[in-house]
Ligand binder design. Structure first.
Ligand code: GAP
Length: 445
């Protein structure tokens, strides 16, 4: 299957089945902003819950935080975003399209007569690059003036840095320890695209780990290993995950070392998470700009220091897209094409579909009773319309790992058929065992 064809099929499945819709679609859509439908919101929530459970609940040395999106504007001066969070932008004077100056499709040097617009093909119509800040601005209070400007945060990390002493003191943690946060971030990307891969509004799952200077390299390596392990545990194809180390010209202004976890999307190897050794850049800058001491006093060693930070930063939308891309497959079964989302049962939006074989002989009543029982424990779906094969196919497309059919034997034998999405194998399971049977196989999210 051609690469673009796979993405087109996925986008269409996401709309058809209610995973992802274009934002404000009835008004023609809003560029690179997407809404999550009933199945998408469950899938993304499972990703975030799994991350939270691995980072916060399973550990004693990480605390959670939910900081506000709007922050004091000085935060973004201290962080370097006001001066440095920019992309070089060029316009085509002829077709009015905009590009990043380093867009590989541009031939020649923007601003020079030889430069060619990648969309309309005109020569000499591309402007000189000018720097464009990616932060969204808005105004706080009723007056729209320079002094009232606030920004929609372009990363969640800064909310953690400015709260580091609050969390440290209230939780009575000791260094090394971390703070984790999941939340929205906004970037006015010049060239967003590839569905939910690069959007203007997205969610990050970020963790900042505060360590004693000198131990940062060791912690960095530990976090690299743990984070790659987490992606493997999502059931992603191992050969499609790799490391990319940032060279000196790629490193962000704050980073001493940086590795990306990349996934092989249909549009190439791309970053889904970054692990950064940020040194004392962030706390140093906030200390300088706020005038507040942010040092840590180590009682045991009787010394003070500004902690170094190891950051793990993943995109919830990107991980969701990764799961969808990795799970999508088409198979030919008895001469027909079957579309399956082979999602790991732990992240699948619906865990079980419940079907009465026919709408008579007491089957709907038994199936409804079973469905009610299952739905109290995990997301389940009841479907009694159409041929049983079609009902299975609908659940295959939704990524539902188990299909349970109540048939003629259910009343007398007290058993049902459990059909496995991937193998399509069917087995008989006792009616009173179904819930436990599925719970054992879906794991915890
Ligand atoms: N605090 C560090 C930081 O924000 P980043 O590499 O700019 O680092 C981290 O972003 C992660 O956030 C990326 O690996 C990606 O998963 C996600 N992300 C960044 N920009 C995004 C965008 N425009 N759309 C969707 N996800 C994005």
């Amino acid at each position: 299957m051609a690469d673009t064809a796979l993405m087109d099929k996925l986008v269409s499945l996401c709309k058809r089945r209610g995973f992802v819709f274009q934002s404000s679609e009835i008004y023609g859509g809003l560029g690179s902003v997407w809404d999550y439908g009933p199945l998408g919101v469950e899938l993304k929530k499972n990703v975030k819950d799994r991350w939270w459970s691995a980072m916060v609940h399973a550990r004693d040395d990480i605390e959670g935080l939910d900081a506000a999106i709007l922050m004091h504007p000085r935060v973004w001066e201290a962080s370097g975003h006001v001066s440095g969070f920019t992309d070089p932008l060029v316009d085509c004077r002829h077709c009015k399209n905009r590009f990043r100056a380093d867009d590989p499709r541009i031939k020649g040097t923007p601003g020079q007569p030889d430069a060619q617009c990648p969309v309309c093909g005109s020569r000499g119509t591309l402007t000189e690059p000018r720097m464009f800040n990616l932060m969204f601005k808005t105004f706080m209070g009723p007056v729209e003036e320079q002094a009232a400007i606030v920004y929609l945060r372009p990363e969640t990390a800064q909310g953690i840095y400015v709260n580091y002493l609050n969390v440290l003191q209230s939780s009575r943690q000791k260094i090394p320890f971390g703070i984790a946060q999941v939340g929205k971030a906004f970037r006015n990307e010049i060239t967003p695209g590839n569905f939910i891969f690069r959007t203007r509004e997205f969610e990050q799952m970020e963790m900042q780990f505060f360590v004693r200077p000198g131990t940062d390299a060791e912690w960095f390596e530990r976090w690299r290993e743990w984070r790659m392990g987490w992606h493997h545990d999502l059931g992603l194809t191992p050969q499609k995950l790799q490391w990319h180390q940032h060279g000196p010209d790629e490193l962000a202004h704050y980073a001493r070392a940086a590795f990306d976890i990349q996934y092989e999307f249909p549009f190439g190897w791309q970053e889904i998470e970054g692990i950064h050794n940020r040194g004392d850049f962030d706390l140093g800058r906030h200390q300088e700009y706020s005038g507040k001491k942010l040092e840590y006093f180590d009682q045991a060693a009787n010394d003070r220091f500004l902690p170094f930070i190891v950051e793990t930063s993943a995109g919830a939308d990107r991980v969701t897209l990764t799961l969808l891309v990795d799970a999508y497959r088409e198979e030919t079964v008895e001469g027909e094409t079957r579309v399956v989302l082979g999602l790991h049962p732990a992240v699948a939006p619906i865990k079980a579909g419940v079907f009465p074989l026919v709408k008579k002989d007491g089957m709907p009543e038994l199936a409804t009773e079973l469905y009610r029982d299952l739905k109290r424990r995990f997301p389940a779906f009841y479907d009694d319309s159409g041929a049983i094969g079609r009902r299975y196919r609908r659940m295959d497309e939704a990524g539902t790992p188990f299909g349970i059919t109540v048939d003629g034997e259910t009343a007398s034998e007290r058993t049902v058929t459990v059909r496995h999405r991937d193998s399509m194998v069917q087995e008989r399971v006792g009616l009173d065992r179904v819930a436990a049977y599925i719970e054992e196989r879906i794991g915890r999210t």
